[in-house]
Write a protein that binds this ligand. Structure first.
Ligand SMILES: NC(=O)c1ccc[n+]([C@@H]2O[C@H](COP(=O)([O-])OP(=O)(O)OC[C@H]3O[C@@H](n4cnc5c(N)ncnc54)[C@H](OP(=O)(O)O)[C@@H]3O)[C@@H](O)[C@H]2O)c1
Length: 369
C-alpha cells in the first residue's frame, strides 16, 4: 500500500511539476475483485468514463491515475494505452485534443496523465511590461494555467515579438498577441483600441490587467534637474494612471456599471507590480522612489474607489530577484521564479468579492528582510 501511495505521490508531483493548476485525481481499486480480463475492461471503462466526465465538465486540465497493471503483451500494450487511445478517439473529448501519456513504474503500476487543452480562452489578460523576466513568467501562467488570451505590451517590437513567439511555442494553443507601445497616453490608448478590435480577442472579457513595467533611475540628488526628475514620474506614474483608466473603461464597457451592492459580479482584477522601492528608497533613488511609492498610493486609492464597483485592485511588492527560470536558485528560495509571481497573480484574479487581497509582500525564502 505504501508503495502504491508513493507511486501516486510521484504521479501527482509530476502533474504539479507540469504546472497543472486544476488536478483531478481518480483512484480506482478493483484489485482482486474480478478476473484479470474483466478487471481490465472494468478499469478501462471506468477510466474512460471519468476522463470523459472531466472533459465534459470543462476541466481545463486533468490527471487521472489508477492502479491498473501494465500488460505489454496485450493487444494494445496495456490498459493505460488502450484508455488513452480510446479517449483521444472519442468525439466529445477529441475537441479538446487531450495530450495524454502513460506513466508506468518498474513494478507495473500505471497512471494516465492527461492535459486537456485547446479550450477557447476563458477571458482576456492585458500585461504591460512584457519582458524576459517577470512579464514572461506571468504571461505563460495566465495563458497556460489560467486559459486566458493574453495581450502583451512593451516598447520594443522586436524583443516583444520574440517573446510572443517563444510563449506560443511553450503554451499549446495559447492565444498571445503583441502590442508595441510606450506609456505615452495617446500610444497607450491606441494599444487598448487595437486590443479591443483584435480578431483573436473577439467576445472575450477582460479578466485581469497588469501594470508591470521596469523603470529605473539613479542620480545624486544635487545633479537632478526638474525635467530629469519628472521623467520617471511621468512615464511610470502617468503610465500607471492611463493604463488603469483604460483597463477600467474596458471592464465597465463589458460588464456595465452595476455595483456589487446592486448585484454585480466581480468585473475583473487590476494588479500593479511594485518593488521594495515603493516602501523604502535608497540613496540617489529619489525620483525612482517617488514614482514607485506614488503608484502604490494610487493603487490604494483605486482599491477603495473601485472595490464597491466590482473591480479588485492589488499591489504586489516584490523583494528579491525575479527570474524566469526553474533552477537551483529558484528551488532553494534564493530567487523568485517569475512563474510563481504569475501563479500568485492568477490566484488574485480568481478571488471572489468575499475576500480580496490588496497588498502582497513577495519574497523568496532566503531573502533577508
Ligand atoms: N526582475 C526582478 O528582479 C524584479 C525584482 C523586484 C521587482 N521587480 C518588478 O517587476 C517588474 C518587471 O521587472 P523585470 O525586471 O522582471 O522586467 P521584465 O518583466 O523582464 O520586463 C519588463 C519590460 O517592461 C518594458 N517597459 C519598460 N518601460 C516601459 C514603458 N515605458 N512602456 C512599456 N513597456 C516598458 C521593457 O520592455 P521595452 O524596453 O521593450 O519597453 C521591459 O522588457 C518591474 O515593476 C520591477 O520593478 C522585478
Amino acid at each position: 500500500m505504501s508503495f502504491i501511495m508513493s507511486v501516486y505521490d510521484n504521479l501527482v508531483s509530476t502533474a504539479f511539476e507540469s504546472n497543472l493548476a486544476n488536478v483531478a485525481i481518480c483512484r480506482l481499486d478493483t484489485t482482486g475483485v474480478v478476473q484479470q480480463q474483466q478487471q481490465q475492461q472494468h478499469q478501462h471503462f471506468a477510466s474512460m468514463l471519468l476522463l470523459r466526465l472531466m472533459v465534459t465538465a470543462a476541466l481545463v486540465k486533468a490527471v487521472c491515475l489508477y492502479n491498473g497493471r501494465f500488460h505489454p503483451r496485450s493487444g494494445c500494450s496495456g490498459f493505460g494505452r488502450c484508455v488513452i487511445e480510446d479517449l483521444t478517439r472519442s468525439r466529445e473529448v477529441k475537441a479538446f485534443q487531450p495530450q495524454c501519456k502513460l506513466l508506468s513504474s518498474s513494478r507495473g503500476l500505471v497512471g494516465i496523465y492527461c492535459k486537456l487543452r485547446n479550450m477557447a480562452p476563458s477571458g482576456l489578460a492585458i500585461l504591460i511590461g512584457a519582458g524576459p523576466a517577470t512579464g514572461a513568467g506571468i504571461a505563460r501562467v495566465l495563458a497556460r494555467d489560467g486559459n486566458m488570451a493574453v495581450a502583451l505590451l512593451a516598447r520594443r517590437p522586436e524583443p516583444l515579438n520574440e517573446l510572443v513567439s517563444s510563449l506560443r511555442s511553450q503554451v499549446s494553443n495559447g492565444v498571445i498577441e503583441a502590442f508595441p507601445t510606450d506609456t505615452q497616453p495617446s500610444n497607450l490608448k491606441k494599444a487598448f483600441a487595437d486590443i479591443k478590435s483584435h480578431q483573436s480577442f473577439q467576445g472575450l472579457k477582460l479578466r485581469v490587467a497588469i501594470f508591470s513595467i521596469k523603470n529605473s533611475s539613479k542620480k545624486p540628488f544635487m545633479e537632478e534637474n526638474f525635467e530629469a526628475f519628472m521623467e520617471p514620474l511621468e512615464t511610470y506614474v502617468g503610465g500607471a494612471m492611463v493604463f488603469a483608466q483604460e483597463s477600467l473603461k474596458m471592464l465597465f464597457e463589458q460588464h456595465g456599471e452595476q455595483t456589487l451592492e446592486e448585484g454585480s459580479e466581480k468585473k475583473g482584477t487590476l494588479i500593479f507590480t511594485g518593488t521594495l522601492g515603493a516602501l523604502r528608497a535608497n540613496s540617489q533613488f529619489s525620483s525612482y522612489g517617488a514614482s514607485r511609492a506614488s503608484v502604490r498610493q494610487m493603487a490604494q486609492a483605486l482599491a477603495r474607489e473601485m472595490s464597491p464597483r466590482g473591480v479588485h485592485v492589488a499591489h504586489a511588492i516584490a523583494n528579491g530577484r525575479i527570474t524566469d527560470a526553474d533552477n537551483k536558485e529558484t528551488k532553494s528560495g534564493k530567487h523568485i521564479a517569475a512563474e510563481a509571481v504569475g501563479k500568485t497573480y492568477l490566484y488574485l484574479a480568481q478571488q471572489e468579492p468575499t475576500l480580496w487581497t490588496h497588498e502582497l509582500d513577495l519574497r523568496p525564502a532566503q531573502e533577508k528582510f
